[in-house]
Design a protein around this ligand. Structure first.
Ligand SMILES: Nc1ncnc2c1ncn2[C@@H]1O[C@H](COP(=O)(O)OP(=O)(O)O)[C@@H](O)[C@H]1O
Ligand SMILES: [Mg+2]
Length: 387
């Protein structure tokens, strides 16, 4: 049998609560069980970090380094496209991380993103449905980068432009003005990066929509309609909602050129407010991914169980989308089963049982459906032992 994509090994040094751990992994399902606070999430966080160079729990790297240690080191063996590779990451607090691919330094760590693709589902994901819009934008952008790694650059360009433009607006506010030519430069950057990011998100949402509906039915066992729509804030700001993709009509494709025109118009409309408030009010950082169940906004209306099903459906959608354009991503289910009733547990197990590799964590082994059988480990005091 030619095995699909999977982590063959994961070794941690001074990562989170682990002084040292080294696990050999196989394709199929692997389950890690143990009481709370023992290091289960820390372990799968390490696997996710190897795929994305970011933690799903914290925005900075410092908490990832074991207390008292100088740096953390992750080593991951990855089997992909019929080949084995070794990714090594040295995580340094407050200084650039060092990455090696097959023992050769990778000058740009971004190039190694995509060596492993991974979809992680964790209790925190409820915030995609219930939380602020930035949670939903992050869901979209993470998926965008996972499916097309070049968007890592587009995303970070946009973030940088936004930071610098905000700094300029803020100083304009305190100093009572800014040279128009300086503002123009940052407007241009914002429009260029913003249009590209918005176009990519719109394209992604049109691919997602049918999958979310199917995954929601499959997870929840109901036929309730879900809808996923991307709202371009600049359409609202310019009163162009009726004729611009991303407005209420919603699902049409948008090309970067017309989105750039739209952003320029919105910048003109909001110019005075931006200067007054000292902050950028136009661009994809103000957009919303609107989720609905049964015709009502999920946020603020959906029940706890519905919100869970939708969060799960969004992650499964990510999994299927990545799967359809290449190899299977590694699927990580961190502490998910405890939150689900037994029917939804079994349905989820059916949906993911044939994935190339699934890493499951649970406090209680009995919460993991019997259908998900495979290698079993216990985690106690950050020591991982084969059962
Ligand atoms: N940088 C760190 N250094 C030392 N311990 C840490 C660090 N980060 C987290 N921990 C510890 O890891 C434990 C949580 O581990 P976690 O994997 O989240 O548990 P669980 O098994 O419940 O998923 C906590 O006791 C926390 O104090
Ligand atoms: Mg945990």
């Amino acid at each position: 049998m030619s095995a699909g994509v999977h982590l063959t090994r994961l070794a941690l040094t001074d990562f989170r609560s682990y002084a040292a751990a080294d696990v050999t992994l196989e394709p199929g399902v692997t389950t890690f069980t143990g009481p709370n606070g023992q290091g289960k999430t820390n372990l799968v966080e390490a696997a996710h970090y190897v795929a994305t160079f970011a933690s799903h729990r914290v925005a900075t790297d410092a908490p990832l380094i074991r207390q008292g240690a100088e740096r953390a080191i992750l080593r991951a063996g990855i089997h992909s496209a019929g080949r084995d590779s070794l990714v090594e990451i040295e995580i340094n607090a407050g200084r650039a991380n060092r990455v090696r691919l097959n023992r050769m330094p990778a000058p740009r760590p971004r190039e190694v993103i995509g060596a492993l693709r991974c979809v992680l589902f964790a209790p925190e994901d409820l915030a995609i449905v219930k939380g602020d819009p930035d949670q939903r934008r992050r869901y979209l952008d993470d998926l965008l980068v996972a499916s097309r790694p070049r968007f890592a650059g587009v995303r970070s360009d946009y973030d940088r432009v936004l930071r610098q433009r905000n700094a300029l607006l803020k100083s304009a506010k305190t100093r009572g003005g800014v040279p128009p030519s300086a503002m123009e430069v940052w407007d241009d950057h914002l429009v260029a990066a913003g249009a590209e990011l918005t176009a990519a998100r719109l394209r992604l949402v049109s691919e997602l929509e049918p999958l979310v509906a199917r995954c929601y039915s499959a997870v929840s066992g109901t036929e309730r309609d879900t809808s996923v729509q991307y709202r371009v804030s600049a359409s609202r700001q310019t009163g162009a909602e009726d004729d611009v993709p991303g407005g209420p009509a919603g699902s049409a494709q948008a090309d970067p050129a017309s989105l750039a025109t739209l952003l320029r118009r919105a910048l003109a409309v909001r110019r005075r407010a931006e200067l007054e408030r000292g902050i950028s009010l136009v661009g994809p950082h103000r957009d919303e991914l609107e989720l609905q169940i049964g015709g009502l906004p999920a946020r603020g209306y959906a029940s706890h169980g519905e919100s869970w099903s939708l969060a799960l459906a969004l992650r499964l959608t990510a999994y299927q989308l990545l799967r359809s354009d290449g190899e299977d991503p590694v699927l990580i289910l961190d502490d998910v089963f405890a939150e689900l009733d037994s029917e939804r547990r079994d349905r989820l197990a059916d949906l993911v049982g044939d994935a190339d590799q699934v890493l499951v964590t649970a406090a209680v082994a009995g919460d993991v459906p019997g259908g998900l059988s495979g290698a079993r480990y216990t985690v106690a005091g950050s020591v991982i032992s084969r059962v």
